[in-house]
Design a protein around this ligand. Structure first.
Ligand SMILES: *Cc1c(COP(=O)(O)O)cnc(C)c1O
Length: 343
């Protein structure tokens, strides 16, 4: 049975074009800098993000870790949102492996950090305190309804950070979703920041990988950090080939996923006892209210029996994510199944 898998955009299988590109990829030893396909992907990624250089890494988590290890030394502090992926879902790698201190401030519902909160979090030069080195933003903000952060906002944060001698890293796992939602070029969204990571393996459908972008000097240092965390891959062109297809063919279609997410949200909102959060990109958060007639667990089980993977994430809460393998029919089938479960 072919499942309708709404759990995440990480479940995306590679496209047929990616499989062809992988089979035919020209490869070499990337630790020696000799893999032409990796080199091509890195140049393409740098160009698409408007940065001097780029580094192919295993995952978004590795990209963020390598960025943080490169920007910061042991005992340095990072200012980041309390709901951001790097703080919540990356196992505290910055502290475990880098001795870096996370200084969290509240993420606002739209995924931003208040400028005043950032300002207040920057440490004065005093022997009691760690050195503040970096501000991290997340775009789109996964937990904050997949919200895109605007270019104007990011520029304000960068100006503030730079004026205090701090750098800025963007966890742009879904930066191309942000660009599609805001109808701007991805370069615009990161033009004033020092580094950015994005994932190839989510909405862009590649089987593996992420890319870290920044200045040539920064990326040269990051290449060392990638090696020490075991991310020096050899004939990695096999997987980089899929990443090239991802960048060339998949970034321009993300608005389709966003439109389907809105259709799903509209259908959900029409069900009694369901509250749907605003949908900005490909992520739909919804929850059951007190008057819902079925439990979240029951919905998850009954959808699964119909070939639809959408398990609850809490007692009342769900998150559905649209992607390349979710077509119009999949949205209709999901809504029909939910209406039946409710009837
Ligand atoms: C998925 C994700 C990551 C981590 O990417 P992996 O490739 O799964 O390690 C980082 N940040 C955000 C916002 C993500 O959604």
């Amino acid at each position: 049975m072919k499942y309708i898998d709404l759990r995440s955009d990480t479940v995306t299988q590679p496209t047929p074009a990616m499989r062809v590109a992988m089979a035919n990829a020209e490869v070499g030893d990337d630790v020696y800098g000799e893999d032409p396909t990796v080199n091509h992907l890195e140049a393409l990624a740098a160009e698409k993000l408007g940065k001097e250089a780029a580094l192919f890494v295993v995952s978004g988590t590795m990209g963020n870790l390598v960025a943080l290890l490169t920007h910061c030394g042991r005992g340095d502090e990072i200012i980041l949102g309390d709901k951001c992926h790097t703080f919540r879902y990356e196992q505290g790698g910055m502290a475990a492996l880098g001795g870096i201190v996370p200084h969290t401030i509240p993420n606002q519902p739209d995924g931003t950090l208040r400028l005043a909160d950032i300002k207040a979090a920057v440490r004065p030069d005093d022997a009691h305190f760690p050195h503040s080195r970096l501000v991290c933003l997340e775009n789109t903000h996964n937990v904050c309804n997949g919200s895109p952060l605007t270019s104007a906002y990011t520029t304000q944060v960068a100006m503030l950070a730079h004026s205090r001698g701090l750098r800025v890293h963007v966890d742009g796992a879904r930066i191309f979703n942000a660009a599609a939602a805001l109808e701007v070029d991805a370069r615009e969204l990161v033009k004033d920041v020092d580094s950015v990571t994005f994932c190839l393996s989510k909405g862009l459908c590649a089987p593996v990988g992420a890319v870290l972008c920044g200045t040539a000097d920064f990326i040269a240092e990051a290449r060392r950090a990638r090696k020490v965390v075991g991310g020096g891959m050899r004939q990695a062109g096999i997987i980089a080939a899929a990443g090239i297809v991802a960048l060339e063919e998949m970034t321009s279609r993300l608005a389709e996923d966003h439109a389907r997410a809105r259709r799903l949200a509209d259908g959900l909102a029409a069900l009694p006892g369901v509250r749907v959060a605003p949908v900005m990109t490909n992520i739909v958060y919804f929850n059951l209210t007190q008057d819902a007639k079925v439990t979240a667990a029951e919905i998850g089980t009954r959808l699964a029996a119909r070939g639809i993977l959408l398990p609850p994430r809490g007692v009342y809460d769900f998150r559905a994510v649209t992607h390349y393998w979710i077509d119009d029919e999949a949205i209709e089938r999901t809504l029909t199944a939910l209406r039946e479960i409710y009837a």
